[in-house]
Design a binder for this molecule. Structure first.
Ligand SMILES: [Zn+2]
Length: 273
């Protein structure tokens, strides 16, 4: 049964020597061996160690979030006078960027190393998933946040609807949920196939498409926008040549839009109760 829309009509496909299901109703693409044996026990490990080393400039990492924070500031009512939660906060870079912009932001994270880094180095509040669950179950987080972000989280979950219901519960009516995931229906994915960097099968359990999001969010959220990144190939190879042929930004933008890259960003608004 599809973990997003509960449909039983599906087709099997093979990608990178793994078997996946494609839901014929909502187009969710997910591993068909979702059982305990198949779960990579390391999927929730400290995969972000690189970011925690002294070699990595965390100030730059925080700065890299600024364009996203600027985008969010245009869709979240009353920003920056808002409470924000970054679910899957990693080392806390986005939480720091949101706080630097003046909002009251906190994070939730599963990796103890990342939590420690966020708290000690960045001095931002990031709590453990266990702690978050406890507060959630006690009703302490109900309608608490104006903005929730979950970037590169959904693709790791076997039961994404649980997270959706939690996000719905902790957002205020009219609050914003900003989601980013790898886009399996992108030009980059289709071109690279097994070698696509967003694939990581095993660690990644399922891929939502634009159609999946309609099913996933309906009745609880309104989709405000779906935005696609542009493939690296555009910047690396095509852009300089294209610029020789035209300075028309509309033409260049239209061309770039076709070369969709690895990620898709969905902005959704919690419907009034
Ligand atoms: Zn489905």
């Amino acid at each position: 049964m599809c973990p997003v829309c509960a449909s039983v009509t599906r087709r099997e496909v093979r990608i990178a020597h793994r078997k996946l299901w494609v839901c014929l109703e909502c187009n969710y693409v997910y591993l068909n061996d979702i059982d305990h044996q198949a779960v990579n026990p390391n999927w929730h490990s400290d995969s972000g160690d690189y970011y925690l080393s002294d070699l990595y400039d965390w100030r730059e990492a925080v700065m890299n979030w600024r364009p996203r924070v600027a985008e969010l500031s245009t869709v979240v009512p009353r920003f920056p006078s808002v409470r924000a939660l970054d679910y899957g906060a990693g080392a806390g870079f986005l939480v720091k960027a949101l706080r630097d912009a003046g909002s009251e932001a906190e994070g939730v994270e599963i990796s103890p190393k990342c939590i420690e880094f966020a708290q000690n180095k960045l001095e931002v509040p990031v709590r453990s998933l266990v702690e978050f669950q406890r507060s959630y179950e006690h009703g302490e987080l109900t309608a608490r946040f104006d903005l929730c972000t979950s970037y590169h989280v959904l693709e790791h979950l076997d039961a994404p609807r649980q997270l959706r219901d939690q996000m719905h519960g902790i957002l205020r009516p009219g609050g914003i949920w900003s989601i980013e995931i790898p886009n399996i229906l992108s030009y980059e994915s289709v071109r690279m196939r097994d070698g696509w960097s967003g694939l990581s099968l095993g660690i990644h359990r399922g891929f939502m498409t634009a159609k999946t999001f309609e099913y996933f969010l309906r009745e609880k959220f309104r989709i405000m926008s779906i935005a696609y990144s542009v493939a690296d190939e555009f910047y690396d190879g095509y852009f300089p040549y294209l610029r020789q042929l035209t300075d028309d930004q509309t033409v260049i933008a239209e061309f770039a839009r076709g070369l969709t890259g690895t990620v898709v960003v969905v902005t959704a608004q919690k419907l009034p109760a």
